[in-house]
Write a protein that binds this ligand. Structure first.
Ligand code: HEM
Length: 424
C-alpha cells in the first residue's frame, strides 16, 4: 500500500464539471471487455482516468467507478461520508421504474440499505445467527450435499458444472442453514427466482421473480415462528433485538442471495483455474494446499463480485482528485482494487498468499463475520469433494472456449463442461 486517497470535505456548491455525466470521456460500465479481460481493462481505466473514473450505467445514468485500493478502502471505512441508503441518489428523477439495475439499487428495508445504529442492530442479529453454526458440522453438511449432487452426474462421465454443481451447492447449503427443505420443487423454484432477480438474462422478468422470492421467505418465517429449529431463521426470530417479520424476511433474502451467487462463482472460477493452469494440474487430485491457493488466488484475480453498487456520497467531497457531489453514486471496483498497480508495484499480481484483498469488501457493510469463513467452508468442500470423487476430471472444451456471464457486477462462467471416468 502506498498512496493515500485524496479526500477533503468541500462546500456545497460543486462545479458542474464535478458531475460524472459532465465528463465527455465518461466510460460506459458495460461491454464485453468486462466479461473477458477485466484485469487489463481496469488497469487501462486507471491509467486513463485515475483512481476514480466517471462511468455511465445502463440508460446513460452517471456514476463513479472507484478503482484504487486506497480509495475503495477509504470509501468503505467512512460510512459517514459514503453511505449505503440508495435513496440518497441524486439521479432518481432520471431512472425508470423498470431499470435493469433496480434489483441491486432499488431501496429495500433490508440490512443492505440501513445505516448507523440501525445497521449495527440488523448486522449484529445476522452475525449472531451465523456464529452459532458449527463449522465442522456445516462442512459435513456441505460434503453430504456435494455427494448428492455428484451422484446425479458421476455415472455419466460428463457434466456442466456451473449449474449441476457450482451454483447448486451453495444454494442448498444456504437453504439448509436457514431451515428450508434440502430438496423439492419449492426449493428449485426459489433458486431459479433468486438467479433471475440477481442476474437476469434476456427474457427474464427480475421484478416478478423477486416478488416470488419474498413470498416464499415470508412463508418460511411464519413456519419457523410456529415450529423453531436449530437454524438461522429461528435464531433471528428469537434474537433479543426483536426484529419484525418483515425485517427478518428482508435479511434472510440478503443472506441467501449473498451466499448463493458469489460463492457459486467462487467455486466455478476456482475449478476453472485448477483445470486450466499448469501450476495446479500436477497435483490437482491430491493437492489440498493447491486448492487453498487456488481459492485465494481467485479472490485476488477473478473475484466473484467484481464491481459492487454501491455507496452514495453524503455531502460534496473530493476523492482521488475528483469532485464528488452529495448524492452521487460510487461503484466499488473490488476487482480493480485487488489488482491496483499501487499494491502490485512489480506487476507480478497473483503471487500473494495473504487475504488482504477487498473481495469481501471492507468497513461497516463488509460481508459480515463469520460469512466469509462459511463461504470458505462451502467453496473448499465443494472443490475438494469433486476432485476426490472424480480424480481424472478434465475440461471438455478448450480453455479459450469458456465464456463469462454477461455481467459487469459478477464474474462467473456461463458454463464449465467437464469429462471424467464414470464413477458408480
Ligand atoms: C455463506 C456465504 C455468504 C453469506 C452468508 C454472505 C452474507 C452477506 C451479507 C448478509 C451481506 C450484507 C452485509 C451488510 O450490508 O451489512 C454481504 C455483503 C457482501 N458480501 Fe457476502 N456472504 C457470503 C459470501 C460471500 C462471498 C463468497 C463473497 C465474495 C467473495 C461475498 C462478498 C460480499 C460483498 C462484496 C458484500 C458487500 C459489502 C459492502 O456493501 O461493502 N460474500 N454478504
Amino acid at each position: 500500500m502506498t498512496d493515500q486517497p485524496d479526500q477533503s470535505a468541500q462546500g456545497t456548491a460543486a462545479p458542474p464539471s464535478g458531475c460524472p455525466a459532465a465528463h465527455p470521456d465518461a466510460v460506459p460500465l458495460s461491454g464485453l471487455e468486462y466479461q473477458q479481460t477485466p484485469f487489463q481493462l481496469y488497469r487501462a481505466l486507471r491509467r486513463d482516468h485515475g483512481t476514480v473514473a466517471p462511468v455511465v450505467l445502463d440508460g446513460g445514468i452517471p456514476a463513479w467507478l472507484v478503482l484504487g485500493y486506497a480509495e475503495v478502502s477509504y470509501v468503505t471505512s467512512h460510512d459517514e461520508l459514503f453511505a449505503r441508503d440508495s435513496r440518497r441518489w441524486n439521479q432518481w428523477p432520471a431512472i425508470p421504474a423498470d431499470w435493469p439495475l433496480m434489483p441491486f439499487v432499488g431501496y429495500q428495508p433490508s440490512v443492505l440499505f440501513t445505516e448507523g445504529a440501525e445497521h449495527q442492530r440488523r448486522a449484529g442479529v445476522i452475525s449472531a445467527a451465523l456464529e452459532e453454526i458449527d463449522q465442522l458440522e456445516f462442512s459435513q453438511d456441505c460434503q453430504e450435499i456435494a455427494g448428492q449432487l455428484l451422484a446425479e452426474f458421476a455415472g455419466s462421465g460428463q457434466a456442466e458444472l456451473m449449474s449441476a454443481y457450482a451454483h447448486a451447492l451453495p444454494m442448498r447449503a444456504a437453504v439448509r442453514m436457514c431451515g428450508m427443505p434440502l430438496e423439492g420443487a419449492d426449493t428449485d423454484e426459489l433458486v431459479e427466482d433468486l438467479r433471475m432477480s440477481l442476474d437476469a438474462s434476456e427474457g427474464d422478468d427480475p421484478v416478478a421473480a423477486y416478488v416470488r422470492v419474498q413470498e416464499r421467505i415470508q412463508r418460511l418465517v411464519a413456519e419457523k415462528r410456529e415450529d423453531p429449529g436449530p437454524d438461522v431463521t429461528s435464531r433471528m426470530i428469537a434474537d433479543p433485538a426483536g426484529l419484525t417479520d418483515e425485517e427478518i424476511v428482508q435479511d434472510l433474502i440478503s443472506i441467501i442471495a449473498a451466499a448463493q451467487q458469489p460463492t457459486g462463482n467462487w467455486i466455478g472460477n476456482t475449478l476453472r483455474l485448477l483445470l486450466t493452469d499448469d501450476r495446479f494440474a500436477v497435483n490437482v487430485s491430491g493437492g489440498r494446499v493447491s486448492v487453498g491457493q487456488a481459492l485465494n488466488e481467485v479472490l485476488w484475480l477473478d473475484t466473484p463480485t467484481q464491481n459492487f453498487i454501491g455507496r452514495w456520497a453524503v455531502r460534496d467531497i473530493q476523492l482521488g482528485g475528483r469532485q464528488i457531489r452529495a448524492g452521487d453514486c460510487l461503484v466499488l471496483g473490488l476487482a480493480a482494487a485487488n489488482t491496483d498497480p499501487q499494491i502490485w508495484p512489480e506487476g507480478h499480481v497473483g503471487a500473494q498468499v495473504n487475504s488482504a484483498h477487498l473481495s469481501f469488501s471492507n468497513g461497516e457493510h463488509r460481508c459480515p463475520y463469520p460469512a466469509p469463513q462459511l463461504a470458505d467452508v462451502i467453496a473448499r468442500t465443494a472443490v475438494e469433494t469433486l476432485l476426490e470423487r472424480l480424480p481424472d476430471i478434465v475440461l471438455a472444451v478448450e480453455p479459450e472456449e469458456l465464456t463469462w456471464r454477461p455481467s459487469v457486477w459478477m464474474r462467473g462462467l456461463t458454463s464449465l463442461p467437464v469429462a471424467f471416468t464414470p464413477v458408480v
